[in-house]
Design a protein around this ligand. Structure first.
Ligand code: C2E
Ligand code: MG
Ligand code: MG
Ligand code: MG
Length: 279
């Protein structure tokens, strides 16, 4: 099974031809290039108030379709961007795009919220909050409309730069959300210590609600914890009616998942909002 390389005739990009390491380097090189040229885009997944069934906003999710690689999942390229020191320019590019878009379509989205994911590494950049604030001012937006989702890691423990960024974002009026709560490093201790407005129950528990009794107990108690701390509870990964109804019965505030809406293009999201406002 020999492969011949003739000039200008590249062998296809397959696992057989490249080791994982070489493949990762290729992805990083292409990612760097596409970030520089602003070629990544995003989808928005609507979030629904489980009491009123109304769309209250959406989560912005990065999308990358590279000419050579095709579509690459953020679950794959975000960790690579973190490793390669590319996450900060990536976050900056995305925030800039989203703020410009939000500013242009305020007439439609101004009564809704938009959630943006950041990497824990972003919070290690001394001027992160300052830059985000500057960008939001440039676009004449108010921080209160935006929620910043943070996945906790061990670096959250007593890091001055992280704490300053969190304080600064919170003071400016951004809402802060702890993403993927219940797994990894997430802990109640951090929830209280950090300025937190919202907790997103990890989809592992939501999707597995009826496969294990312990997932039900955990979900129900995370919702109760939110009520006691007076913060917003969000369940993501709702894939069926039974899960949706159960979360409603438990008074979970906000739901997100394929059963409600899948992530969609910003244009489709605007159309959806326009139509649901008209209802
Ligand atoms: P996340 O922030 O927890 O985002 C939720 C993920 O769950 C999204 O996958 C979303 O499409 C998916 N999801 C939502 N509802 C359902 C459902 O009902 N069923 C299933 N099976 N999946 C559902 P996506 O877009 O592939 O993103 C994966 C992860 O990549 C995100 O998890 C987040 O950690 C990261 N990511 C995405 N966008 C960004 C970004 O702009 N910045 C950073 N730093 N990370 C991002
Ligand atoms: Mg998220
Ligand atoms: Mg999540
Ligand atoms: Mg996740």
């Amino acid at each position: 099974n020999s492969v011949t390389f003739s000039s200008g005739n590249w062998a296809p990009f397959t696992n057989e031809l490249k080791s994982d390491h070489a493949q990762q380097l290729t992805i990083i090189t292409l990612l760097r290039e596409d970030i520089r040229n602003g070629k990544l885009h995003y989808h928005v997944q609507p979030q629904v108030c489980l009491r009123t069934n109304k769309i209250i906003g959406g989560e912005v999710l990065l999308r990358w379709h590279n000419e050579q690689l095709g579509p690459v999942s953020p679950a794959e390229f975000v960790p690579l961007a973190e490793q390669a020191g590319l996450i900060y320019p990536l976050t900056e590019m995305l925030f800039e795009k989203v703020f410009a878009w939000a500013s242009q379509h305020q007439a439609i989205i101004k009564t809704t919220s938009l959630s943006l994911n950041i990497s824990a590494l972003d919070l290690l950049q001394a001027n992160f909050a300052q830059k985000v604030n500057a960008s939001i001012n440039t676009h004449q937006l108010i921080p209160e409309q935006f929620t910043i989702e943070i996945t906790e890691t061990s670096m959250f423990h007593n890091n001055d730069i992280v704490n300053n960024n969190v304080e600064e974002l919170y003071a400016a009026g951004f809402k802060l959300s702890i993403d993927d709560f219940g797994i990894g490093y997430s802990s109640m201790l951090n929830l209280v210590a950090l300025k937190t407005n919202e907790l997103k129950i990890d989809q592992f528990f939501v999707m597995g609600l009826f496969t294990q009794k312990s997932n039900q107990y955990l979900c129900q108690n995370m919702i109760r914890l939110c009520q006691q701390l007076n913060i917003t509870s969000v369940a993501e990964g709702i894939e069926d009616q039974q899960t949706l109804q159960t979360l409603k019965d438990w008074n979970c505030e906000i739901g997100q998942g394929y059963y409600l809406y899948k992530p969609m293009t910003p244009d489709d999201y605007l159309r959806l909002l326009e139509n649901s406002i008209c209802e």
